[in-house]
Each structure stands twice: as structure tokens, then as C-alpha cells.
Design a protein around this ligand. Sequence first.
Ligand SMILES: Cc1ncc(COP(=O)(O)O)c(C=O)c1O
Length: 430
Amino acid sequence: MNRIYTQSDWINRAREVLPAAGFGNFDASIVIARGEGSRVWDEDGNEYVDYLIGSGPMLLGHGYPEVMEAVFEQLPKGMTFFANNAKGIELAEAIVDAVPCCEHVRFVTSGGEADMYAIRLARAYTGKPKILKFEGGYHGMSAEAQMSLAPSKQVNFPTAVPDSAGIPQGVADDMLIAPFNDLEAVASLLSEHEDIAAIIAEPLQRIIPARPGFLQGLRDLCDKHGVLLIFDEIVTGFRLAYGGAQERYGVAPDICTLGKIIGGGFPLAALGASAEIMAHFDKAVVGAEKWLMQLGTLSGNPVAAAAGLKTMEILRRPGQYERLRHLGQTLMDMQSSELTRQGVTHRICGDPTLFDIYFTDVDPVDYRTAKHRDSKINEVWNSTLRTHGVFKSPGKLYPSLALKNDDLELTRLAFKRAANAVSEYGIGPT
Ligand SMILES: Cc1ncc(COP(=O)(O)O)c(C=O)c1O
């Protein structure tokens, strides 16, 4: 008979073979066994409403029947070819139809890889070396992206500090760091440095919204100084709106990166821009000197493309984004009313399609202001939610379209208990 392993057995096995007992992504004290619709189950059979949704991709919920059908249809035809395939071409067409700045797209396997190429593409197109990034902005794991991602000590802007070992100083020398939402700081950096290729930004930085006019201000400054604007839409693409943050906020970047939802839960990401900029991936057009070599074993994988295409088709149906916003707003209001009832000072930050709480009395506008008054409070909040059947990351809550009334009811009770726990922990009004 096969032995049944408990969650703690799996945790012990993970400790034997994985550094820090995990994949590096998430709290290693939980091992997820399966997901279905709005819910996931751990290896001990505990059930949770899932607000992590695979860190974003599973917007429709787990095992959405039509997406599964599309995947099952593709599987017997072949899992990967390395060569062009119809599903990948159709997915490129659907992205170009949807996303304002994309005339051409290239597929890669992860969001971080897409961001790495976006930065390289901007350098190739402009012939300039420097990249302006916002403190706290997340763009994957490349050396550039690791600059001032989550600095524990404050240095003066625009000095870049690596948040990872193993990155040579030369990388930092070509990066300039600015505070998010500070147009004046960006303007003066662009005036002082003529060798900036691009500004890379999350149009909604983690969960911090851009102030009104900030994104348009970046667009105008980039145009004035001949600098490219890169929007990292790995999270916001097909979430904030079908056409992403650029559609929602009405500001188009020069280059954007996409991931998560466009792979329908499989490894696929992309970058896109005008045909002129993307021509740097075509040696025959730009010549060997200006060409970006780009390839990847799984790029344009047909199974991932089939899942992404079907997910996007479902998202195009009437009412999907209205429903997502309504669900998110309901959850935001529920959190707020439970915390307010307990007298807990907080700010709910983000967009109804992704958001979370800061336990603070300061409005978060950038990395330095987006802080809990005491990080332990957030641990109390999140661990109480977990105990009461709500699964989320410590810094984000992603609503999915699979949520039903019973999920919301369970979540309301968990919010109530967590608000109570936070209040007992002892932070009230300042
Ligand atoms: C804004 C943003 N950019 C890039 C990435 C990296 O994507 P991936 O994890 O697919 O490499 C993420 C991942 O969460 C992200 O949130």
C-alpha cells in the first residue's frame, strides 16, 4: 500500500532537498495539494479560499473547465516544439488586438525574463546605457531588477543598491533610482543625465497607485528627453482592464511586459512594443550590431498559449471586469468595516483587482511610506486569516472571478477574527 504523506512529512522532505525548505516563493510551512475554483487544499486536507491565485495567473479560478478543455485538446498534439506554432501566433494576435502599445510581441517563459529583455531592448534602441527605476518597484530577478527593490537601509536618491548578493557594482552604476510618484525627482534626473535609455515602472507599484497625472507626467518627460517608457504589466495586464493599466489609465508606454494571466497558469510571458522598436529582434532589419539575440526552449509553448488564449477569450465576455471590480470592492469594504469597528488604524491600498492593507496612519505613496507601523501586526493579520481559511500572500490580496457568496461569507468571518486579533495585539488609533 502507498504511504500517505502528511503536510509535515512534505515539509521535512522539502527541508532535505531545497534551500530554505522551499521554492523561494512562499512561506514553506504550507504545501498545497490541489486547487478547484475559488479554493485550495493543503496536504492535510485543510481548505482555504484562495486569494493568492498562483500569485496572479489564476484569475478565473483553478481548473476552469473551458481552459482545461483547451489544454486537453492541445496535449495530444504535442507539448512543445521550439518552432512557431498556431496557438502561439494566435496568442500574439490576441495580445496585439488588446494592448495599446503592442504592434509586435515576443514570447519568453517568465515575467522576469520579459523585463530583462525590455531593458536590453530600450538600450539597443536608444544606444544609451542608463535605466531609471523606482525604489521598491519589482521587475523580476535580473541584476538590474534587483536594484533598490526592497532596501533595508536608506541611501540617497538616485544611488542604486543591490538587494541580492552576486551583482557587480557595474550594474548599479548604470541604474538611477527615484521615489515612485515623485515627478519632480524624475524630471531633474532626466535633465541631469543625457544617457538614460528608459524609465521602467509598474503602473500600479506593488499595490501603490500612481497619483493622478504621474503616469502621464512620465510619458511627457520621456517624450521631451527622448527616453523610452517601459510599463511592467506582468501583474496589471489583463487584470486592471482587458488592455491592462495602459487601457485603464489611458497612458501608453513604448514597451510593455506581460505575464501571469496570458499563460493561463502555464509558464509564458511576453514583451511588446511598436514594430519599429521590436525590429531589434530582427537581424535582417537592424543588422548584427543592433540586433538582440533572443531565444528560449519553451518560448511560445503551445500548451501555455492555448491556456492563455482561452483565458483571454473568457475575459472578453461582457461583464467580467465589472464583476471583478465589484468583488474586489466588496472585499475592500468588508476589511475596512471590520478594522474600523475594532478601531484599528489602517489604509487599504491598491485597486479593487488587487490590493492589501497597510497598518499605518500615513497614505502610502512610495516605497518609504508604504510600511506597517509594526511589521508584526501584518503577521498577526495574515496568520489569523490563514487559521480561518483565507489563503493570501503577506502583501497582496488577489480576488478571482471564481469567488462565490459562500467564499465571501467565510472571508468576512475571517476578516472579523483577524481584525479582532490585530486589535488585541494592541494597535489602535495613534
Ligand atoms: C510587476 C512584476 N514584474 C515582474 C514579475 C516577475 O514575473 P515572474 O515571476 O513570472 O518572473 C512579477 C512577479 O510577480 C511582477 O509582479
